[in-house]
Write a protein that binds this ligand. Structure first.
Ligand code: SF4
Length: 429
């Protein structure tokens, strides 16, 4: 049966891309169908089919039943940066920053850090890719080092992911490149946390890793660079973890190379379908995922699709504690509303700062202590608190809230409970 895909024009940091096709046009897999409008990246069709609708947000394609493997290659070039640009590569760990701009730096004496941390609980596609396809990532890392003139490379992986560590080590044939093992805390994958822990440089929230002579790039992004350079392949697919209330069980399922534009509903059906009544469909991980409906479609930054249990019900007044790397105020208010709890007050972790219209943390994952903020929420009339904080900060919340008889919810609770994962509370000593 023919299916519809929805290729969003905003799959990157910057402005929505400009369509280059019209309703009724036949399109091929890999064909360029939208170009950047200022900051942005090229967008290609992920399947063969016919354009049936174009809106401000997406190009809708009725896909052919026959889908040959062949794709329209990007134009031939010896220039790595140009290949990255032509292929429409963006940060596929979730950031969506155009990679050809990130890689346009001179890192002589510096580092390319391959980010294989996958610090959101439940997501597994980066780790599985490292376990099963380390060569492609490694080739991408070498191309990234070449194009940025970097002197060293490292692959950051959580210490607990032993199989991925061994797989990546097994393909390294260059003594400028090494694997770094990192702790299992959130938000270890934040790029400034990696620069701090690997290079010993604490960047300001408004600084990019280039200020420390480094670029940090997600491992899937690196594999897409290798595909663009070696196979002239544009970004037409995404690796995605699907997990949660599924008839097939509660273990994460990884789908490699899901065509961009695939509706979330189709992906969930492929994973076995939803079991019973669910709470939310999250696109992304438990900490930073967005609640979407079943019509949402996979874009270049989609990492996870999570079907959660219903949210807990709570009638008492709730105080919200905002984090620069976890839940922002909007997400905490959304969770509180779905729980049914009236909001008594909102506080920000004291390391939250405003940067370019959003919020960031001054020193990701390194807690300044939360006693003062919890006391303020108590004074504002909160009978319970809902925190969106990192692992370390939640640890200190648990050092104070129970003493004030304030029960604690974390905004990831209903997500983690769905699969029987340990809740974000006290860290082990
Ligand atoms: S220190 Fe505060 S702002 Fe930073 S990650 Fe932890 S909770 Fe979030």
């Amino acid at each position: 049966m023919s299916k519809r895909i929805f290729i969003y024009l905003q799959q990157h940091i910057g402005a929505p891309a400009i369509p280059q096709v019209n309703v009724g046009d036949r399109v091929k897999k890999g064909q360029l169908i939208a170009v950047p409008n200022g900051l942005g990246a090229n967008i290609h069709s992920s399947l063969y089919g016919q354009v049936v609708n174009i809106t401000q947000n997406y190009i809708e394609i009725l896909a052919d039943e026959e889908q040959p493997e062949e794709f329209v290659p990007i134009k031939e070039t010896d220039n790595i940066l140009e290949a990255i640009k032509e292929a429409g590569i963006v940060g596929m760990g979730g950031a969506g920053f155009p990679t050809h701009i990130k890689m346009n730096v001179n890192l002589e004496g510096g580092y390319v850090i391959a980010n294989g941390i996958e610090c959101e609980p439940l997501l597994y596609h980066n780790v599985k890719q490292m376990e099963e396809k380390p060569e492609l990532i490694y080739r991408g890392l070498k191309y990234a080092m070449k194009v940025t003139n970097a002197s060293k490379g490292c692959i950051a992986i959580k210490e607990k992911n032993k199989k991925a560590i061994e797989a990546m080590k097994s393909v390294i044939d260059d003594d400028r490149i090494e694997v770094k093992m990192m702790p299992d805390i959130y938000p270890m994958g934040e790029e400034r946390a990696l620069v701090r822990d690997i290079l010993g440089v604490l960047l300001r929230p408004d600084q990019l890793p280039a200020a420390a002579k480094a670029v940090v790039t997600n491992v899937e992004t690196l594999s897409r660079i290798a595909e663009a350079v070696d196979y002239r392949k544009p970004v037409i697919s995404k690796n995605v973890t699907v997990v949660g209330r599924l008839k097939s069980g509660r273990k994460p399922l990884v789908f490699f190379d899901v065509p961009i534009g695939t509706p979330v509903s189709e992906l969930i059906e492929k994973a076995g379908g939803i079991e019973g009544q669910y709470g939310e469909i999250l696109m992304g991980g438990p900490f930073t995922g967005k609640s979407v409906n079943l019509d949402a479609a996979v874009i270049k930054t989609t990492g996870g699709v999570i079907v959660t249990d219903p949210l807990p019900k709570e009638k008492r007044k709730i105080g919200l504690l905002v984090c620069g790397c976890g839940a922002n105020e909007a997400r905490l208010r959304e969770v509180a509303e779905k729980m049914g709890a009236p909001v008594a007050g909102v506080e920000r972790c004291k390391q939250v700062v405003d940067v370019k219209g959003g919020i960031k943390c001054e020193n990701p994952g390194n807690c300044p202590g939360q006693a003062e903020k919890i006391l303020k929420l108590r004074k504002a009339g909160a009978d319970v608190v809902l925190v969106g904080t990192c692992s370390d900060c939640t640890n200190t919340v648990m050092g104070v809230a129970p003493k004030l008889q304030l029960p604690v919810y974390h905004h990831t609770d209903h997500v983690l409970r769905t699969v029987g994962h340990k809740l974000v509370r006290r860290l082990k000593k």
